[in-house]
Write a protein that binds this ligand. Structure first.
Ligand code: SF4
Length: 391
């Protein structure tokens, strides 16, 4: 019978991890090392600071999912975000630790569209999301020879992913059982290997729980932490009710849609309308969004999409998608034309042309024709009557 040898992942009784040189001689004990999830919010910042107080060397990871509000604002030229640094990198500077940005945006699409553990209040797949991030963090921990992973999670703070059952599921699915330390709530949670092995002192960890932020704010004062971003969920489109409505509408009209980041980008900009014949209309709200939606259509990333603008007036660039250019039977052709006429009216409505004036709205498909060859709709500008079409 082959003997089974249990090899502890952390030395059970050493105060510090010990490594060996090539000849097998033990080298001087090194400081414990942890990999931290760093959003840049208060909780993850405090978790890192608490570990630093205990002499742990920390490396930060900041995950990019493709659904970060600030990042998208930056891309659409929003002046509020233009000069704002990445929250994770800024926190790294404040904490004096290296922070690496880990791009999981490609594999993330699968969990956003098919989350094993479902959605929270909107389209936020928080349990799958945390499990994915922590699985990745665990791989990086092993690659780099670190001892454990830390997060700023607080028991009971967020309904979906920070209740005890969800936290256990996440730890288990991430393959981090016993090696995931949550310093802010550790004393409410089972002892981890890092505590058992005396890499960290459990007595100095916290037992926070619940939604109040007061203990974190008090701890921040105690540890001299004063620069941090808003709590993590505030940075994620998936928790946003408006985004969730548009996301659900997209799949309700095209259940087989293969979602990509260009389509997500379109969900985050403009005013969205669903017309009676099924056409989707997105009206840019400012020059940055106009340029962005035009670029998306010109690169043909939205199948069959066309553009509309009001001629000789300042106004939006509008995307119309989901109509048909194919040969249609008479009824479908009527619906298609009715939708295009409403799309033109919406484009005129958000232009600077006065109510009641006549404008020409040009529709063209940049993939196959110059703007000047597009069809013209002559529209009388009306401001009211579109609310029930809003997504
Ligand atoms: S709020 Fe967004 S980023 Fe945070 S855990 Fe949920 S899905 Fe992930």
């Amino acid at each position: 019978m082959i003997p089974i040898v249990m090899i502890p992942t952390v030395p059970p009784s050493a105060d510090f991890p010990v490594s060996a040189d090539a000849s097998g001689h033990a080298e001087a004990p090194r400081a414990p090392r942890a990999v931290a999830l760093v959003s840049g919010g208060l909780d993850s910042t405090l978790a890192v600071r608490m570990m630093q107080e205990q002499g742990v060397q920390v490396e930060g990871l900041h995950f990019y999912t493709g659904f970060c509000i600030t990042e998208q604002q930056r891309r659409s030229g929003n002046p509020k975000a233009a000069n704002r640094p990445n929250d994770g990198l800024r926190a790294g500077v404040e904490l004096d630790i290296p922070v690496e940005i880990v791009d999981i945006s490609r594999e993330y699409l699968e969990i956003v569209t098919h989350p094993k553990h479902g959605y929270g209040a909107n389209v936020n797949p928080c349990i799958d999301c945390r499990a994915m991030m922590l699985r990745k963090a665990g791989e990086i921990m092993r690659e780099r020879g670190a001892d454990f992973v830390i997060t700023g999670e607080v028991l009971g703070q967020r309904p979906m992913s920070q209740n005890r059952k969800a936290m256990d599921v996440i730890e288990d699915e991430a393959g981090l059982s016993g090696r995931l330390l949550r310093p802010l709530s550790a004393r409410n949670l089972p002892m981890t290997e890092a505590e058992r092995g005396h890499l960290v002192d459990r007595d100095q960890l916290k037992g926070m729980s619940g939604r109040t932020r007061k203990p974190q704010i008090a701890l921040a004062q105690e540890l001299g932490v004063d620069a941090y971003a808003q709590p993590a969920g505030g940075c994620c489109f998936l928790t946003d009710e408006n985004f969730a409505r548009k996301f659900r509408d997209l799949f309700a009209h095209d259940p087989d849609l293969h979602l990509d980041h260009e389509q997500i980008m379109l969900l985050t900009v403009g005013r969205h309308f669903r017309l009676k014949g099924g056409m989707k209309v997105v009206v840019g709200r400012n020059a940055g969004e106009n340029l962005m939606v035009q670029g998306l259509v010109e690169r043909s990333v939205i199948p069959g999409a066309q553009l509309m603008v009001v001629e000789d007036r300042k106004g939006p660039t509008t995307v119309v998608a989901g109509g048909s250019n194919a040969a249609l039977d008479a009824a479908d052709a009527r619906d298609n034309m009715a939708d295009l006429t409403v799309a033109a009216a919406l484009t005129a409505r958000y232009s600077d042309a006065p109510e009641g004036s006549e404008v020409a709205v040009r529709l063209w498909n940049p993939a196959c024709q110059p703007q000047a060859d597009g069809r013209v709709f002559n529209i009388t500008v009306v401001r009211d009557g579109f609310d029930d079409l809003r997504v």
